[in-house]
Design a binder for this molecule. Sequence first.
Ligand code: PGA
Length: 250
Amino acid sequence: MKRRALIAANWKMHKTSSEAKTFVASLAPRLTQIKDRDVLLCPPFPLIFHVDEARKDTNILLGAQNMYFEEKGAFTGEVSPIMLRDLHCEFVILGHSERRWVFGESDESINKKALAAVNSNLIPVLCVGEKLEEREKNQTEHVILNQLDKGMSGIPESAVSSLVVAYEPVWAIGTGKNASTADAKNAIVLIREFVHSKFGNALAEKIRILYGGSVKPENMKSYMDQEGIDGALIGGASLDVDSFFKMVSY
Ligand code: PGA
């Protein structure tokens, strides 16, 4: 089954409001010729409002890079799913490896976030992937399946069809060392098999699974040519609009 491709930019902690507006103003007119895929921008929290304003009358999708799982309360420094919906976000990246390994997020809290996101009609982009030492110990499959099992626990079937999973091997993120297309494909087959075993074939066929980790204009097409890879989650190479557009129009 051919799923609609999703090309997502994770800007991480980059850009000012004027840089974000300039980026969208430059990207939007180029996207009018591209109708067969989804383009998602995930700016840092303070830029979400500006990107939303700048994307009006375009088909650019909007997402956050993280959120907390409570709706409101005494949680200094956190942002709730309701706030993200209020700013018109449609997606939220959850469980990114920088959240897991720089900020110590557990599978349990990522799962709570995924459930809260779904409850607020936000589509989680759930990131999974192994660290280098885990790969060297042949634990890649175990790590991916464990992160999926815990991360997706309790997600209702109605939300699984729109869910996005990103396979992002930690050793490939921001390092310039992208995974081979065969490794990316194998991991993505494993992820789809997991969804099949938990939720059945129809949902496994619907769910979109992305590859992320040092995707750049030169290697984008080689991933998109792989059966089962439905798109990319792009960090560093998404910051420059020309580079990002090259990957969108792979
Ligand atoms: P990168 O980051 O493209 O800079 O490797 C990807 C990501 O962290 O989502």
